[in-house]
Design a protein around this ligand. Structure first.
Ligand code: PGA
Length: 249
């Protein structure tokens, strides 16, 4: 069965609750699609008003982060159960900004992935290399290491249902998109890694996004690649262009 494309916006630390609702209203008609799953991953404080604003539409809401503990004395953190109860379906885990600025490592991210599944959320697990790693020629080794460590003790059935986002760090927010060949090469390698750790059916089912300066001009070519099942979109998810990315064909 063909994989359904999935285009997710990653709003990052943008949009106050009232701005968030205004953006949802602006995008409402532009992001309609039967062919593509559409997700807005929004700041925690925007979740409740955004869930309300997209009610009855084709848009699902995601969080940008969560903590792996069930509940308790973890000041400032948000649990998977809180997200589920608020109407969240997806959660970004291991974005490079969290790995870098907030020192989230693969051991922690593995716990978050497992907790997300336990709670019924679909993780969007991010991976990606630095420019230095690319120039050293270790991109594929690095990505394979991230995927394997973040998915320890995750079942084949779970992996088949999740989303993996390949985001070369040097392409995020820089306007410097990976070439289509570079993006396809790594997304294919991720699928091969899943086939190796799990099996061919799981690799065939898992959806793999490309992220890093995706815009209305490059989405069609990127999403046409055999191993690219959509995109994780930062900057361009905050404007009307996001509708063009969803309806890239
Ligand atoms: P960008 O961000 O589209 O602004 O490059 C992508 C991301 O960080 O998910």
């Amino acid at each position: 069965m063909a994989r359904k494309k999935i285009v997710a916006g990653n709003w990052k630390m943008n949009m106050t609750p009232s701005q968030a609702v205004a953006l949802c209203n602006e995008l409402k008609d532009l992001v309609k699609s039967d062919e593509v799953d559409v997700v807005y991953c929004v700041p925690a404080v925007d979740i409740v008003p955004v869930v309300e604003a997209v009610k009855g539409s084709n848009v699902a809401v995601g969080a940008e982060n969560m903590y792996f503990e069930e509940k308790g004395a973890y000041t400032g953190e948000i649990s998977a159960a809180m997200l589920v109860d608020a109407g969240v379906k997806y959660v970004i885990i291991g974005h490079s900004e969290r790995r870098d600025y907030f020192k989230e490592d693969d051991v922690l991210l593995n716990k978050k992935v497992k907790k997300a599944f336990e709670a019924g959320l679909t993780p969007i697990l991010c991976c990606g290399e630095t420019l230095e790693q690319r120039e050293m020629g270790i991109t594929l080794d690095w990505i394979r290491m991230q995927i394997k460590s973040d998915l320890v003790d995750v079942t084949a059935e779970q992996v088949a249902s999740m989303v993996i986002a390949y985001e070369p760090i040097w392409a995020i927010g820089t306007g410097k998109t990976a070439t289509t060949e570079q993006a396809q090469e790594v997304c294919k390698a991720i699928r091969e890694c899943v086939a190796e750790v799990y099996d061919a059916a799981t690799a065939e089912a898992v959806r793999i996004q490309y992220g890093g300066s995706v815009n209305a001009g490059n989405a069609a070519e990127l999403f046409a690649q055999p191993d690219i099942d959509g995109g994780l979109v930062g900057g361009a998810s905050l404007k009307a262009d996001f509708g063009k990315i969803v309806n890239y064909k």
